[in-house]
Design a protein around this ligand. Structure first.
Ligand code: P6P
Length: 337
């Protein structure tokens, strides 16, 4: 029959991670694989509710405000709750940090495991009502040797993460993940409830033709950023870059990862430390971008080398194609000289 034969050798996320972990030899216990299964469950739950949001009136405010002082939308609350409950129930976590919770969650001994998960359960939430792609961002540390699982286990450089990823909720649910051996993309097959490998071994192009900044902040930008943007908008040779800005970090980073170019949320005269959060936005995205062959910097320092001092601190972010980000960094070096 002309019908397409179903694929009977499905590479699900779990199978793919298991094969990756087994290639590590006996060191892998399966704990990370089980933790990632819990994360997959939360992404499926959130995907379903984001999709239904319009129908069952989940959009709009939940009447509360979160630690960021932003009005909390019902989907935010739901997404945070499913993540905290699933991660606790997995028995693989010791510490949780959520964008929605002022304090870190220290898991009680009964359910305590050896991983710490830092996450933004629904980033870009200001775009929910407009139907713009939004996403979940997560980073995973193993607790430090000998530690019982305390806040100090998450106040560590992003370079010490063992895995990071995001799930983007759009026309389909795309989960992009690295466990330290490259980056892979998986697409949710809702009929199976499985994330299937669709983007093996993602590599970011060494240079792109797109820049992604909120130029509405231009009057606040510092000199190096202004000079860099002018260099790609009014190039002395070659064509200007194209501007693409969605205003949802997961969507802007996903496009940058696949197409190349540069995404930036600089510190400026209005946002002294930038806007994006270090632990559960900048670190996971920097981890992924570096694993895909790109660069992620504050302008002057590698993001993954930063040592956090508090769980909700912000940091400037420039990330993307190696050559584009290096061009940006030159303007900071010139400013220092
Ligand atoms: P601005 C969304 O609220 C968010 O946290 C990120 O997802 C996004 O990259 C950024 O803020 C957008 O900020 O100031 O450009 O609206």
């Amino acid at each position: 029959s002309g019908e397409e034969q179903p694929n009977t050798d499905l590479i699900t996320l779990t199978r793919h991670v298991l094969s990756d972990q087994f290639s590590l030899g006996a060191t892998a216990t399966g704990d990370l694989t089980l933790l990632l299964t819990a994360i997959q469950t939360t992404s499926k739950f959130i995907a379903t509710n984001v999709r239904k949001a319009r129908l069952i009136n989940l959009v709009g405010l939940a009447g509360e405000t979160n630690v960021q002082g932003e009005e909390q939308k019902k989907l935010d609350v739901l997404s945070n709750d499913i993540m905290v409950n699933s991660l606790r129930a997995s028995g693989k976590c010791a510490v949780l940090v959520s964008e929605e919770l002022e304090e870190a969650v220290i898991i009680e001994d009964k359910y305590k495991g050896k991983y710490c998960v830092v996450f933004d359960p629904l980033d870009g939430s200001s775009n929910i009502d407009a139907g713009v792609n939004i996403g979940t961002i997560f980073g995973i540390y193993q607790i430090a040797p000998g530690s019982k699982g305390t806040i100090s286990d998450v106040l560590r450089p992003g370079s010490q993460m063992v895995a990071a990823g995001y799930t983007m909720y759009g026309s389909s649910a795309n989960l992009v993940l690295s466990t330290g051996h490259g980056v892979n993309g998986y697409t949710l097959d809702a009929s199976l409830g499985e994330f299937i490998l669709t983007h093996p071994d993602i590599k970011i192009p060494p240079r792109g033709k797109i820049y992604s900044f909120n130029e509405g902040n231009s009057m606040y930008f510092h000199e190096p950023v202004i000079k860099y943007l002018n260099s790609i908008k009014y190039p002395t040779n070659g064509k200007p870059y194209s501007a693409r800005y969605i205003g949802s970090m997961v969507a802007d980073v996903h496009r940058t990862l696949l197409y190349g170019g540069i995404f930036g949320y600089p510190d400026d005269k209005k946002s002294k430390r930038g806007k994006l959060r270090l632990l559960y936005e900048a670190f996971p995205m920097a981890f992924l971008i570096e694993q895909a062959g790109g660069v992620a910097t504050t302008g002057t320092k590698r993001i993954l080398d930063i040592v956090p001092t508090s769980i909700h601190e912000r940091c400037p972010v420039f990330l993307g194609s190696r050559e584009d980000v290096q061009d940006l960094m030159k303007f900071y070096q010139d400013a220092k000289a």
